[in-house]
Write a new protein. Sequence first.
Length: 392
Amino acid sequence: MRTLRLGTILLAAILAAAGCTGGGGDGGGDQPASRPSSAASGADRSSLKGVCPDTIVVQTDWYPETEYGVLYHLIGPNPTIDTKKKIVSGPLYDQGRDTGVRIEVRSGGPATGFKLVSEQLYTDKSITLGQVNTDEAIRFATQQPTYAVVAPMEISPFMILWDPQTHPEFNIIADLGQSDVTVRYFQGDTYMEYLVGSGILRRNQLDDKYDGSSGKFFAGKGSIAQAGFATSEPYIYSHDPKWDKPVRYGLVNDTGYPFYPQALSIRPADKAKLAPCLKKLVPIVQRAQVDFLANPKATNDFVIDLVRRYHDSAWSYDPGLADYAIDQMRLNFVNNGDDQTLGNFEVGRVQRMIDIVTPILAGQRQPLKQGLKPSDLYTNEFIDPRIGVTQS
């Protein structure tokens, strides 16, 4: 479940020239952030017609935002926008080429009654791919199994923030556990059980009634720490006149909880049917992420416009937040991991997540898949290992 984040909508005249959304751009620009993505090129590399479903449906877990920009970057000219259902669709483009199929991106969170993407994949079989965190995939491996095929983000921006003026001695999340500071978070977040079980935080300092609003954090005047996303709240709070100062945060990833966030996943039973499509689609997603990072403006403008059109009090977005998010993605959250490839999975990380989450679920008496292995949760077989971002 995404945090209900507060911000200010700034109206923007958005759709790029010739009616193009900015998705499917050619990746050109003054400061390219990527190395050559693949030795293959041309229309055949981009053609999905007759190989993929006529419409590839992607279910997200929140409203449009920069973190999900890769999906909106794929949308070509003249998109169709359903403001009631919070859905956008259009021709799927790969570096300026029409692939011959369409893509439909569906918003999650409040737009779906906060249903988990894993559940939606099984209640609506029209969904081709869904965003699923690794811990969610482990949790539902028995009842609603999912199979990740590409991870556009390497590191999760999940974080816990605090007021550095009140607590200049805090540097990492573990420092919170040595204090009396209350830590607010969403009830049911699996990572919090890990933080308590590993002794990083104490259960008696937790408040699981966090509803996404900033009011209690602001009113606490430094006595409260709060969960959130490093790509948004630090910017939002520092620009909110009710707070109007910097915050400091620690990443959940840095505590030893290395899940892959919002990995694009399928139903395992669909793998054989979708394999020919995924062989071509996954590299297109990799290229789109590289190109989006290099030239984000048109796609970010499209994201901002979509949020304005969807108009829901649960979510707002502005250019400053979009720029902040892309900077954070470039610096901290989208990279090649330990190799030269964007989007692939490391078996050791997935195994560590299984080792962490399984006893937590057992303690909660939730159904467990016996003998669960990393290979049950992901595959790298559709990844093009030549596609990656240039890392400084």
